[in-house]
Design a protein around this ligand. Structure first.
Ligand code: IYT
Ligand code: CU
Ligand code: CU
Length: 254
């Protein structure tokens, strides 16, 4: 962790360049097409293991023909020409009975006024696909995020998928109780921000002075109904979020 601060793994149809490695951020992006996140590691976080029989679908007509590893270095002193930041992959030619996927909830409109004590970024979507089994989750905000929580809403009941401080290492953490999400449920997430210490308004954007509100849910599902990437960017209604469990606004000590 003294060298690599965090690593993100993406799947692409085509990478941003044909070079073996390149600097991310300025000139090139990650993929020529849409980058699909597959994994994240951060600062000494324990690894996420795919449950038995679960695999990400790659190659063939999966839409993922390249995998790109993005390493964000904290301090490059240690490697002096030798760089061991890496991941190991296990490839199989046999089709797994279960495929892994990522459901990404993200807010596009959260605005944090300067000095605001508490600002919630709420996102929710009806779930209208085949049943998924969440087993890991990752939260992502920049500096102003206090806590991010995700829920399944079924028959008015809110069940926690995951809750974490985005100020802790932004890795995938295990979903504590086994659960499923099925057609007719709603998936919801809240990011809690503070505008304290800011003298100007903060909006969603790419720089570290901007903010993001993301919850990534890693799931497995029957390969037969494979839907490996899903998104939700809809603002949650105040009427729905009136019923969010109070824990969603309790900060997590870091
Ligand atoms: C505006 C925003 O929230 N961007 C996030 C989520 C995001 C990820 C991917 C948006 C799109 C994507 O294709 I993959 I469009 C974001 O950029 N998050 C960063 C990484 O780029 C993954 C993060 O660390 O979660
Ligand atoms: Cu980068
Ligand atoms: Cu971000």
């Amino acid at each position: 962790m003294d060298t690599a601060h965090h690593m993100l793994l993406f799947g692409c149809k085509l990478p941003a360049t044909n070079d073996n490695y390149w600097a991310c951020g300025n000139r090139y992006g990650t993929c020529l097409d849409e980058a699909k996140i597959m994994y994240a590691w951060a600062r000494n976080a324990p690894p996420t293991r795919l449950p038995a029989g679960v695999g990400f679908r790659v190659g063939g007509n999966s839409g993922i023909n390249y995998i790109v590893l993005q390493v964000h270095y904290g301090d490059i002193h240690a490697f002096r020409g030798k760089n061991n930041s890496s991941h190991k992959y296990h490839f199989s030619h046999r089709e797994n009975p279960l495929i892994a996927g990522i459901y990404l909830l993200m807010s596009e409109n959260t605005v944090i006024p300067p000095g605001a004590k508490v600002v919630n970024g709420d996102i929710a979507c009806p779930y209208e696909e085949a049943v998924i089994h969440p087993f890991a989750f990752r939260t992502h905000t920049h500096q102003l995020g206090q806590v991010v929580s995700g829920y399944r809403i079924r028959d008015g009941q809110w069940t926690q998928i995951g809750r974490q401080s985005p100020q802790l290492p932004q890795a995938f953490y295990p979903v504590e109780k086994p659960m499923d999400i099925k057609y007719g449920d709603t998936i919801a997430a809240r990011c809690v921000f503070t505008g304290k210490g800011r003298t100007t308004v903060t909006q969603i954007g790419g720089t570290s002075q901007d903010e993001m509100c993301n919850l990534y849910i890693m799931y497995y599902m029957d390969a037969q109904y494979a839907k490996p990437y899903m998104f939700c960017t809809k603002d949650g209604s105040p009427k729905l979020f009136k019923h969010i469990p109070p824990e969603a606004n309790i900060p997590i000590p870091v």
